[in-house]
Design a protein around this ligand. Structure first.
Ligand SMILES: Nc1nc2c(c(=O)[nH]1)N[C@H]1C(S)=C(S)[C@@H](COP(=O)(O)O)O[C@H]1N2
Ligand SMILES: [Mo]
Length: 263
């Protein structure tokens, strides 16, 4: 089991190093390397599905990620990726301290929802001190507060054919030559219903800062940092990931990272 995890980490480190060591102007190179039908991409994809199935078989569905004591929080959560989205819709909401924010929950649900921050905060909350591992090789221990995603999904009444939860974000990221695309991510229903998967609105005892994804970001504690979408605009429950982006289940996945980033 530990040997398996170790080789998994090594594989991720290697994959991450390849992608991140490409020069910035290398979007083209990256696209070529991991474009549809490329051998590199097919290899990464097949290794990923083996890992995903192996972990789903070996790791109990409800296994908890380690939690820590307050004394183990050594610094603030290091902001990474987007830290100050400039998108017009986001800026308008931020100006008003997110009073106009509504979390949209749609897709394969009986009851689509539009939840205000106050409504989310009034739902039963969960606080957990966990370690965030970024694929770039750094970690941070922080205290996160929010509502369990499973509660929100229960409220929306997920239909039986649901397989994934897609998170749509406010921030846009570079993609291709001068283009940009909204950050998005996805997880399976097993992680969506996991007790530590929360929609967080609090960090280290205060409101979630803009740098870390205000007003709402997801914590998926058994996976790497890039799975934990910040600046969540909407949640869509789906049976298929193909219609989104380039069909790989997330912004970074569309650039060649693993969809399942279990740690
Ligand atoms: N919307 C959005 N979510 C995102 C990112 C981003 O750029 N945009 N970066 C990801 C990555 S790579 C990491 S490590 C974490 C960083 O979260 P933090 O800023 O709270 O440390 O957010 C993830 N979620
Ligand atoms: Mo990351």
């Amino acid at each position: 089991m530990s040997a398996f995890v170790l080789s998994r980490r090594r594989f991720l480190a290697a994959a991450g190093a390849t992608a991140s060591s490409l020069p910035l102007a290398g979007c083209d190179a990256l696209d070529g390397l991991v474009g549809n039908g490329s051998r590199v991409r097919d290899f990464l994809a097949s290794a990923n599905s083996i890992t995903y199935r192996a972990q789903r078989l070996l790791v109990p569905a409800d296994r908890l990620a380690p939690e820590f004591a307050e004394s183990e929080i050594r610094q603030g959560q290091r902001p990474n990726g987007s830290t100050d989205p400039g998108d017009a819709t986001y800026l308008a909401l931020k100006q008003d301290a997110f009073a106009g924010y509504r979390l949209r929950v749609s897709g394969l649900v009986e009851r689509p929802l539009h939840l205000t921050l106050a409504e989310l905060r009034n739902m039963p909350s969960r606080t957990q001190i966990t370690r965030h591992d970024c694929v770039e090789g750094w970690s941070c221990i922080a205290k996160w507060s929010g509502v369990a995603l499973t509660r929100v999904l229960d409220e929306a009444r997920v239909k039986p054919e649901a397989r994934y939860v897609v998170f749509h974000c406010f921030d846009s990221m570079p993609l291709g030559l001068g283009g940009s695309v909204a950050y998005y991510e996805s997880i399976d229903m097993l992680d969506a219903h996991h007790p530590q998967t929360i929609l967080a609105y609090g960090l280290n005892g205060a409101a979630l800062p803009v740098a870390n994804g205000a007003p709402l970001r997801v914590r998926v504690e058994r996976q790497l940092g890039y799975k934990m979408a910040k600046y969540i605009k909407a949640i869509e429950v789906v049976a298929d990931l193909a219609p989104f982006g380039r069909g790989r289940g997330g912004y970074w996945e569309d650039l060649g990272y693993d969809w399942y980033a279990g740690i």
